[in-house]
Design a protein around this ligand. Sequence first.
Ligand code: AMP
Length: 411
Amino acid sequence: MAKKSIDDITVRGKRVLVRLDLNVPLNDRGRITDDRRIREALPTVRRLLKDGGRLILISHLGRPTGNAAEDAEFTLRPVALRLTESLNRDVVFVDATVGDEVRRAVDGLTDGSCCLLENLRFHPAETIADKKAAKDGALRKEKDAFAAGLADLADAYVNDAFGTCHRDNASMLTVPQRMAGRPRVVGYLVQKELRFLGDALRTPKRPFVAILGGAKVSDKVGAIEALLGKCDTILIGGAMAYTFAAATGHGVGDSLVEPDRYELARSLLERAGGKLRLPTDSVVAKEIVRGAATQVCTGDIPSGMKGLDIGPATIKDYAAVLHDAGTIVWNGPMGVFETPPFEVGTMAMARAVADATDRGAVSIVGGGDSASAVEVAGVAERVTHVSTGGGASLEFLEGKPFAAIDVLDDA
Ligand code: AMP
């Protein structure tokens, strides 16, 4: 079901609670090393400011431990400064998430102004899982009280934090649940993610090809199972491929495998009926070290060697499949792409996806490693959509419902 967006509500003079994903990497001096997430949040914030909203911006940053001294590095203060520069207007930083200080700051907002509250995860209630809260009344109370503190601040709620949409954090789910009756809508980023990912899965242009890589079959099994019913071909890469190879009796040397998933791997191959394509050759080495001596191995990998990237024949074979694709979704690298020379297969896939997009395919690259691969390959601008959420986009591909989205107003 499509959701209402910020284009469907009037915000002039209204206090709007805007959940963003401002989880940017910081160096040890508290400097932002990559401001992509801040830049991506700007269209929604600018639009709401222009329309005269009084914005209360909220986000998490990193994984604070609950130890105040250690957690100081996770403050959102530098983000408020960067927002101030980018928006060319004062973004008041509030050194708290709930309470009197927050209330005073919100009362001080005028039309078309905004404040940023401190890291939501500084409050332990933000990340209490609903499953845990269901078994422990005190936790439920704590989570509800925190959510009420946020919900009571505002007349409307905007979710523009796709990267956390698969979570039941207080600010993502409990807050909009408590705000029933007030407008609860998506921002431009979430709207775009839902449109691209949703359309690809619902009405893909065919052939529909998925590229799945990364370390573990166990992390991707949900996506493989869901995509088997939707895709025409699934190209497998990364260490995952060796679990499939070992499960079907091939020698994989010292490659990373999950022996407890062999049974599952065999069952997936059987159910796939040829849709699942495995590498026919690998780049192997003794160790994962920069500049390691490598060999290309077709067939069984000898003991003492690890498979660390897809080989040249596989690259050619996979690129040919992508050449004719109508829709492509990609999640997970083809090898240990962080350590050259094992980045070759992943970079080749990035270029092949971009080439296919130039020829008219719709391509969606899902978060994390694959997103950074298309950036490094210099083709990020040539793919249709680079998802801002790694875990969220994978769960979306798995077909899991997102309660944080479901709770928002239907269009
Ligand atoms: P994931 O988080 O499951 O998408 O896995 C990403 C990680 O898988 C990256 O850090 C890669 O270095 C790693 N990876 C990919 N291929 C291999 C491989 N053949 N052997 C070991 N690790 C791999």
